[in-house]
Structure formats: C-alpha cells, structure tokens
Design a protein around this ligand. Structure first.
Ligand code: MN
Length: 263
C-alpha cells in the first residue's frame, strides 16, 4: 500500500468517526464512490415514536387566506395558488413544552412571523386528484414561516426571486409531527399566534383559500411529490414584526403549542 492510499483511508476513517460523533448516519452503505464528507439529513421528531421523519423538500403556499392576501396587496378572488420552497436544513426543530431560542437573522430590519399548519407527506406522485390527496399525508405539525419582509418586498418590487426573504437559515421553526392515525386531518379549527401573550394572528383553518388536499393536487401538477416532502399551508392575516426578546406562541386546535423566543 502506498503512503497516499494509507492517508486516504485514514481521512475516510476520520470522517466516519466525526459523523458518528455528530449523530449523523453515514449515507453510504452501498458500494461505489464514497462521499468525501458527511452531509446530515434533516429529520423531524414524531410524537409517540422514537423514529423520525426525514425531510426531502419544504414547499410553502403563498397568500392562502383571503384577509392575508388582501393585506399583502393581492386580490384573493382571482389569484391561483403559488408556491415557493425553503431549503430542507432551514428547519429548526422545537420540542413540545420548550421555548426555543430563535436567532434574529442578518440583513433585515422587519422580521415577521407567519403561523402555519404543516402537512408531512409519506408518499407522493404526479397529478394527484384532490379526492385522494390526503391519503399521502403522514401527519401534521405547527410551523412558523419566518420572513425577512423588507427583503421579500424589495425583491418583489424589483421582480427578483424571493429567496433572501423566505429561504434563509433557521427560517422554518417547526414542532414535532403528529401522525394522522392519532390526530386525523385538519380542515377546520382555530389557528392562533401570540407575541408576549398578546393575540396577533387568529383565524380558522377552514378559511384557507386552497385546502391541504387542493394544495397537494396543485403542487403535484408542477412537481413530482415524494415521501419526505412537507407543505407549509399558508398564514392568516395580521402578520407582523418581532424584536429580540419577543416570545411567540403558535397554536393550532388539537395540537400542542409551539414556542420560540427571538434572540
Ligand atoms: Mn407563509
């Protein structure tokens, strides 16, 4: 064995140890080329299980409640649904009963909350009919679609992509997933967000312009959906800014609250 071959093997062994120490599963049980470093898979805890939900993609629907659509300057009666994505590793897992520290991000002076119901898919497909769409849902969670509103608006004004306003690190705080076989589906029920105990957002899931089933159907016309995809189903009206020190409590009827503190 040459010394360079030995060095390579030592590096590979070191990477494996680092992965094990970080709790990251090495993603290379199969034969063939080895990854040169480990990249962690984003997962979400599942309530009542030691197993976790691996995340493939994060889809988000825009302007899915009429009153929020109006406050964003749109006409909710004419607009077809539209979607954007966040990177998978934007998820910040928040435990039940915890108030998780959420960092105020860089570049913004107008950082907004958006409380949302999140659907997690166990299967997918293309051109999924509305009638069977909910069969693909594994469970639901309470989520925040955190938004650098000033950057989102500025990019929109310039007809540029929204990413910097929506798709940044830690922009997707999320509670654990509640399986459908325990909690059922969510077509109605209160959705609420408080800041420092004051109610800021308060609406009903039945006010969605496009239901979760319709969102899955519409999304699957544009993308092949797969197990591991999660969908942020939109926020009601009265989005607004936070400052460091604020405590946000997100509530959806029948699910435990999800809380973060802006730090
Ligand atoms: Mn949103």
């Amino acid at each position: 064995m040459t010394s360079s071959r030995r060095d390579l093997m030592r590096v590979a062994g070191g990477a494996g140890l680092m992965a094990a120490a970080a709790g990251v599963a090495p993603a290379q049980a199969q034969a063939g080329p080895k990854s040169i470093f480990p990249v962690s898979v984003t997962t979400i805890p599942i309530v009542g299980s030691t197993d976790v939900f691996p995340v493939r993609r994060i889809y988000c629907i825009g302007r899915n409640y009429a009153a929020h659509s109006r406050e964003m300057g749109s006409d909710p009666t004419r607009e077809p649904p539209f979607f954007f994505q966040k990177p998978t590793d934007a998820i910040q897992n928040v435990k039940i009963g915890e108030v998780a520290d959420h960092p105020y991000p860089s570049l913004t002076k107008n950082y907004h909350y958006e409380v949302e119901l999140v659907a997690a898919l166990k299967s997918g497909g293309r051109n999924i009919p509305i009638e069977t769409a909910l069969e693909h849902v594994y469970g639901y969670a309470v989520g925040l679609d955190m938004t650098r509103r000033d950057l989102q608006r500025a990019m929109g004004d310039e007809k540029k992509p929204w990413e910097i306003g929506k798709s940044f690190d830690m922009s997707a705080p999320l509670g654990p997933i509640h399986p459908v076989d325990k909690v059922g589906h969510f077509t109605k029920g209160a959705i609420t967000l408080t800041v420092n105990g004051q109610v800021k957002q308060k609406a009903d899931l039945s006010f969605m312009l496009w239901s979760v089933a319709e969102q899955i159907s519409k999304l699957s016309e544009a993308f092949e959906l797969k197990a591991g995809d999660i969908i942020y189903s939109g926020t009601p009206e009265n989005v607004g800014p936070v400052v460091k020190g604020d405590v946000l409590v997100c509530s959806i009827e029948k699910l435990p609250d999800m809380s973060v503190k802006i730090v």
